[in-house]
Design a protein around this ligand. Structure first.
Ligand code: TXA
Ligand code: MG
Length: 355
């Protein structure tokens, strides 16, 4: 299959290009498109055969459900059995935007695996909104091969899916860089299942009863017994990765020590604007600034893919404070590292890697 790439103006999406993409969706095909978070791989959400093709193209495990993307709030009322008033408040405050609501599914809406729940989101991106408005609700996971870092440019999508999908709408780099926040609203307290672009602090300004589900911290594999160590990786670069957490000065000291221990050459170091000057070995890349953590979110997946392209042997990444968007960043870093986390301020024994 040849994958058609259409460059679309993100400020003023060309109608004929959107129509062309909508035709592909209508015919049961797959179109990757930008959202404000990451690129999504879209199919008609109401056509289960089309949705199955997403799983095939991505090599996605069949038990991992996808988010339904909508362009108007009314669609949420069609897709969900009921929309609690707190959900309405959150929709008013954050839609369009990087918040996904997990609600009970309406009876007449088909879902793979007969799931009783549905995750719904309205992305804040003109190309995404135009495509959805021209189609039906669109099912879309991130447009990467399963397990790989999420794509924040059309180029990243093609690295993984060229020849496997009908079309990519290239609307330039995405703004947020990490995925949407998933909030389970099926019971109280509401719980963040995946931290993302809308933070816990943001949500609590609108609705009081919000907590973070333990899985959202991603400190240990969700299923420890079945997935010890590096067996299952998510957002994963090709090289093994160590995440060093703790106080900033301890992080820097520990990374210098580790880089030296592993021989320096071919070691990628993911540093921040404030710390990059402290490393004199390894291939140092600046992911963003600690004083502006949203810049880190924006570049995180891109830097992981850049290290892949350089063919580094090992990636050592600096940990980031967990507050605000930092929780989403920490979640992605921990998973990308396959939970190889060293706390530089706790003086725990090192993990040893044979490279
Ligand atoms: O920002 C985003 O949310 C991006 C863009 C493309 O919209 N999408 C995205 O989709 O990140 P995906 O499939 O890569 O991640 C969706 C996550 C998965 O971890 C999935 O397990 C969870 O949402 N999920 C989806 N539907 C669910 C459901 N009904 N119950 C529990 N978890 C669900
Ligand atoms: Mg994904």
């Amino acid at each position: 299959m040849r994958t058609i790439v259409l460059k679309v103006d993100p400020k003023n999406p060309e109608e004929e290009k959107i129509r062309e993409a909508a035709k592909v969706i209508e015919a049961g095909g797959l179109v990757a498109f930008p959202t404000e978070t990451v690129y999504g791989l879209g199919a008609n959400a109401l056509d289960l055969k089309a949705v199955l093709r997403i799983y095939e193209a991505k090599n996605r495990p069949p038990d991992n459900p996808v988010i339904t993307h909508i362009a108007s709030k009314e669609d949420a009322y069609r897709l969900a059995r009921e929309v609690p008033s707190d959900a309405e408040k959150l929709m008013d405050a954050f839609w369009p935007g990087p918040l996904t609501l997990l609600l009970k599914k309406a009876k007449d809406i088909p879902r793979l695996g007969g799931l009783d729940e549905i995750t719904i989101r309205m992305p804040a991106n003109k190309i995404a909104l135009a495509l959805i408005a021209a189609s039906k609700p669109i099912a879309a996971p991130s447009a990467n091969l399963s397990g790989r870092p999420s794509p924040t440019t059309a180029e990243h999508v093609l690295q993984d899916l060229d020849g496997r999908i009908e079309m990519v709408l290239d609307g330039g780099p995405t703004a947020v860089g990490v995925e949407s926040t998933i909030l389970d609203m099926t019971k109280k307290p509401y719980r963040i299942l995946r931290p993302g672009g809308v933070t816990l602090e943001d949500l609590r300004k609108i609705v009081k009863d919000v907590e973070v589900h333990p899985v959202a911290f991603a400190k240990v594999p969700t299923d420890l017994a079945k997935a010890p160590g590096m067996k299952y990786r998510h957002y994963a670069p090709r090289a093994p990765m160590i995440l060093v957490e703790g106080r900033v000065e301890d992080i820097v000291r520990k990374i210098r020590e580790l880089a030296l221990k592993y021989g320096g050459q071919g070691i990628g170091i993911m540093a921040t604007h404030e710390t990059a000057g402290s490393y004199d070995i390894g291939i140092v890349k600046v992911v963003g600034s600690r004083s502006e953590p949203r810049s880190i979110a924006k570049n995180l997946f891109k830097i992981l893919r850049e290290f892949d392209q350089l063919g580094v042997r090992l990636i050592i990444a600096e940990g980031i404070e967990e507050e605000d968007i930092g929780l989403a960043i920490s979640n992605r870093l921990r998973k990308a590292a396959g939970y190889n986390i060293v706390n530089a301020s706790e003086g725990r024994a090192d993990i040893d890697y044979s490279l």
